[in-house]
Design a protein around this ligand. Structure first.
Ligand code: GLA
Length: 775
């Protein structure tokens, strides 16, 4: 609900309140964002700076000689009026240069309308628009605030409107500013690179400016737009924290600035790097939407608030709460080297295991037998697929699975028919040899004819066969931007507007197709893409131990229903680390499950294991994809373990994941502590049975065998294909209060003690525990 009281704007979400007011000078001052409050006396709210501190420029001495903008909590910061912190907006025109004077003009409360050109949250209930106007020109900055009554997320964006004769150039325009008083806050960002995306890093905020950004043209695998601030004593289940995200897939910038008086100044929006946008009379510039939320009960509640909002209001409506299918993808099994026979062999095994969707990855078109050729052309390679996509899809459907297809529509190889016909479609600057990444260039999506080419070709392929899923890949960063002169600064944003048009049209015309976003893994994992494509392939790294860091970081701000996680071969291709299939599944189960290996080449016991995994996942899929995610213990350093939990919203059911790092020789007794179980209710507590590989114990098997065997010899190798070793049993009935206080698990293997009473984990071993209330 949004109400106005004594020039104060009070926005109530489900359980939070946001307050700001217009002061005598016409500046919009931020007063409060936190747990719900009732306001009787507005004078008690906000910062009380009754004089202009030190060397301060006073905005308008005639109205208020004590008001300097430099140390205020402001809703939006401008330049040239004494606010020397990072400005939220920088404008320029010929007659005024950089000097403008924006003050409060009017407000409106309206019903939100979808703006179409940019990804916007849906199912929003109310919108408050506060309009600031330049004192003598017809130019306006509108601050928009949106809420959904069912959630605790505030959405903001900004519209710049030019009704003046003169063209204005925007050199920066942030989507969100949030000022508050520092409480010994720490900043948490998601940093990474290819195959090591979204590791959460935390640092104390010091006086000065910290910038988290992307300049690659994508939201990037280096610095994700999600970030969080929390007090230094905030924990998963205790203390104050705020989180922020931007619904944008291009260059972004997040600013965290702390001044010497303890005033914290936060912004997020399009990166001003190589950005300048010309707005003519009658035109407006709409910024991407930004999200923020708050929790006084720790970071798990904070994450859950974002997750719920994303599932309900960000993700493509057609898939918001859909159960996501279990996938088999051929990439790491075959790479480019496949034909129909090979694919069907994998598919047949997968269908027997209960897999629901077969995804044909890169290499199905033109002469794409390596990554030098074919991107841009979408004619099926009949040598590999003699019955075409239609025939293959039919055969896959006959096996009881859906058929999905990989595309990389934004890219082009020089070795392609498209490049020969239309070299001008590729991004390049006249007179400059364009640089390549993965041997490819990008198509210029800022051009309408290129957008139309992609829309038409992807649609034609989708019509050509029963394709029910698309993995939309994009495997490079932008370089060599083509625009010249004063349009040069518009390119990055126009690329994004072009991309959004393309994927809006394609998803509209194919409303039942499930799209998965991919950019060499998580190189463009953001809420903008999630709005159209409900799932994202989070990383090309499928090593289960690395995945704890990647997924652990992501779940601070993104729901597990949107994150694709694949079980790949036990010798991981990215890290060359061997981890058991149990651990690969146990991490992947905390997301959207898939497999990416030659399932038909597994041993008998491995096949049995994977069949059981899929059955377990499907049985608990709703809980795993849409339950509340809790970090119980995060992985803090390489070698460390982690514990996660997903609990149903009614607290009657949960799954714990306990992940070991490097095996300790003095393992601590493990206390498994959950949250929010119903006190006084009895729960069954059971471990998922995942027997050990016989080879785990190496030569130690000789301790229990009557004859000596060579652990690396053929006998053990052969027997291990058919036989496993039992793991410990755990099946207890426990009070919810005990789960909340902490249940002591069976002691861990400590150089000895293999029996049904010890937990043998070894390096990177793990367990899943299923908990359900006994009715
Ligand atoms: C990217 C993707 C992979 C795979 C390959 C195919 O790297 O992230 O999953 O699809 O492209 O070329």
């Amino acid at each position: 609900m949004i109400k106005v009281l004594d020039k104060h704007f009070i926005i109530d979400t489900k359980s939070l309140t946001y307050i700001m007011h217009v002061n005598s000078v016409g500046y919009l001052i931020h007063d409060y964002f936190g747990d719900h409050i009732e306001v009787k006396d507005v004078t008690a709210l906000g910062l009380k700076e009754g004089f202009a501190k030190g060397t301060s420029v006073v905005v308008d001495e005639d109205i208020d000689p004590n008001f300097s903008a430099n140390n205020q909590l402001l809703e939006y910061s401008f330049t040239q009026k004494g606010d020397y912190r990072e400005p939220a907006i920088i404008l320029r025109n010929n007659s005024r240069g950089y000097t403008f004077d924006f003050r409060y003009h009017e407000y409106k409360i309206v019903k939100p309308q979808d703006i179409e050109i940019l990804p916007m949250p849906h199912d929003l209930d109310d919108e408050l628009i506060i309009v600031l106007k330049e004192a003598n020109l017809d130019i306006y900055v509108e601050l928009h605030y949106y809420i959904s009554n069912k959630h605790d997320v505030l959405v903001k964006n900004v519209v710049f409107r030019n009704e003046d004769k003169e063209e204005i150039t925007l050199e920066k325009i942030a989507s969100l500013q949030f000022d508050l008083i520092n409480k010994d806050y720490e900043l948490v960002n998601l940093n990474g690179n290819w195959i090591s995306e979204t590791h959460a890093t935390s640092q104390k905020i010091h006086p000065g400016i910290y910038i988290n950004d992307s300049k690659t043209g994508n939201s990037s695998n280096k610095h994700n737009p999600f970030f969080m601030i929390k007090t230094s004593d905030t924990k998963n289940d205790y203390g104050e924290a705020y989180s922020f995200n931007l619904m944008y897939s291009g260059n972004h910038q997040e600013v965290v600035e702390l001044n010497i008086f303890g005033n914290l100044h936060i912004q997020t929006g399009i990166n001003p790097f190589l950005f300048s946008y010309n707005v003519k009379q009658g035109e407006k510039f709409i910024t991407p939407f930004a999200l923020m939320t708050y929790s006084s009960k720790g970071t798990n509640v904070l994450g859950q608030r974002m997750h719920d909002f994303i599932n309900d209001c960000v993700v493509n409506k057609n898939f918001g709460h859909c159960l996501r299918p279990v996938v088999i993808n051929n990439w790491e099994g075959t790479y480019f080297n496949f034909n129909e026979v090979k694919l069907l062999n994998i598919a047949r095994t997968a269908s027997k295991f209960g897999v629901e969707l077969f995804v044909l990855d890169d290499g199905w078109f033109s002469n794409r037998n390596d990554d030098f050729h074919g991107l841009g052309d979408y004619d099926v390679n009949k040598k590999k697929l003699p019955s075409g996509l239609k025939g293959l899809a039919k055969k896959i459907n006959k096996l009881g699975m859906k058929f999905g297809l990989w595309f990389e529509p934004e890219s082009i190889n020089i070795e392609s028919k498209l490049y020969k016909a239309h070299p001008e479609y590729a991004i390049a600057q006249d007179g400059v040899k364009p640089s390549r990444e993965r041997h490819q260039l990008l198509l210029n999506l800022a051009k309408k004819e290129v957008q139309d080419y992609i829309i038409e070709n992807v649609n034609n392929t989708l019509k050509s066969a029963n394709i029910e899923y698309v993995k939309w890949d994009m495997n490079r960063d932008i370089s060599d931007i083509p625009n010249k002169g004063k349009e040069a600064g518009e390119f990055y944003h126009n690329y994004m507007l072009g991309l959004y048009r393309v994927i809006r049209e394609i998803t509209k015309q194919n409303p039942t197709v499930l799209f998965e976003n991919c950019a060499s893994g998580g190189n463009r994992l953001d809420l903008g893409m999630m709005h159209y494509f409900p799932q994202t392939w989070a990383s090309d790294c499928s090593d289960s131990y690395e995945r704890i860091s990647i997924q652990g970081g992501l779940y601070l701000g993104y729901p597990q229903s949107c994150i694709s996680c694949h079980v790949s071969h036990k010798s991981n291709h990215q890290t060359l680390r061997k981890t058991p299939y149990s651990s690969k599944f146990n991490t992947a189960a905390f997301g959207v499950l898939g497999y990416e290996l030659m399932l038909n080449e597994l041993t008998k016991v491995e096949k049995e294991e994977i069949k059981n995994q899929i059955a377990f996942y499907k049985k608990h899929r709703e809980l795993l994809q849409y339950g509340d995610f809790y970090t119980i213990k995060e992985k803090k350093y390489e070698g460390d373990g982690a514990t996660w939990m997903i609990q149903s919203k009614d607290h009657k059911e949960a799954i714990f994941g306990v992940f070991n790092g490097i095996q300790s020789t003095r393992p601590h007794e493990f206390v498994l502590k959950g949250f929010n179980f119903l006190e006084g209710k009895q729960y069954s507590f059971e471990v998922l049975n995942q027997p050990h590989d016989l080879k785990l114990f190496g030569n130690l098997v000789n301790m229990i065998l009557p004859i000596h065997v060579n652990a690396d010899g053929w006998l053990i190798q052969t027997v291990s294909k058919f036989k496993t070793m039992e793991m410990e049993t755990t099946k207890w009935t426990v009070d919810g209060a005990l789960l909340n206080s902490g249940l002591i698990l069976k002691s861990e293997w400590a150089g000895n003690g293999y029996s049904e009473n010890s937990r043998v984990l070894a390096d990177f071993g793990s367990r899943l525990y299923y908990v359900k209330v006994e009715e």
